[in-house]
Design a protein around this ligand. Sequence first.
Ligand SMILES: Cc1cc2nc3c(=O)[nH]c(=O)nc-3n(C[C@H](O)[C@H](O)[C@H](O)COP(=O)(O)O)c2cc1C
Length: 222
Amino acid sequence: MTQSVIPPSPSRADYAAQLEANADETLFERDEPIALFLEWLESARAAEPNDPNAMALATVDADGYPDVRMVLLKDVDARGFTFFSNQESAKGGQLWANPSAALLFHWKSLRRQVRVRGPVEPVSAAEADAYFASRARESRIGAWVSDQSRPLADRATLEARVAEQTARFDGQEVPRPDRWTGWRVKPVQIEFWRDRPFRLHDRLRFDRTTQDQSWSRSRLWP
Ligand SMILES: Cc1cc2nc3c(=O)[nH]c(=O)nc-3n(C[C@H](O)[C@H](O)[C@H](O)COP(=O)(O)O)c2cc1C
């Protein structure tokens, strides 16, 4: 049964048709991982059908049990990688218990992935306010509506809550709920991976022990 839905291993002809862009050896001379990440994200923007900024966010709960889900990258700079969510969600509780995370970007059309690991800290209230204010009004109302990650009886309950919160903010700005905020993953490890023929892939990893150190660079066996 699974034989019909799981694609077969690529043939030599499949590999021959692969992207030349993944063969440039100057990758291994790079020493600035954030600048390199921005270039790869720019290429993903041009190639991916949607959400090139989508990333898997892995967290660990108070019992040491891992969890993972997709979120959207909303900012990146020398300080780290920022996303937004509900503090009272499952991920919010996990980040409270264990403020560290891993991120994974996988750009299928480029055949590339980037992995990030590091401690996590909440963004400032001013930063959360600024991003919240940039969102569509309905999305801002949605942040008031959703008890994210808690049980919901049915769609009608959700729609009733939308109507209630829409009426509540009628004619006014929709402020940021206290429970809605952002987090920044402060990277201590960033790995760039790109597909090469016959699974002989390229891997370039940057490491540092703390944020104020400079990066060390290693090439890894695939
Ligand atoms: C492409 C994609 C992007 C998403 N972006 C976000 C996001 O930025 N913030 C968020 O709270 N949930 C986002 N979600 C929903 C989460 O994956 C998840 O369902 C939700 O945050 C609850 O996760 P939790 O119960 O682990 O806290 C996204 C889902 C997908 C598929």
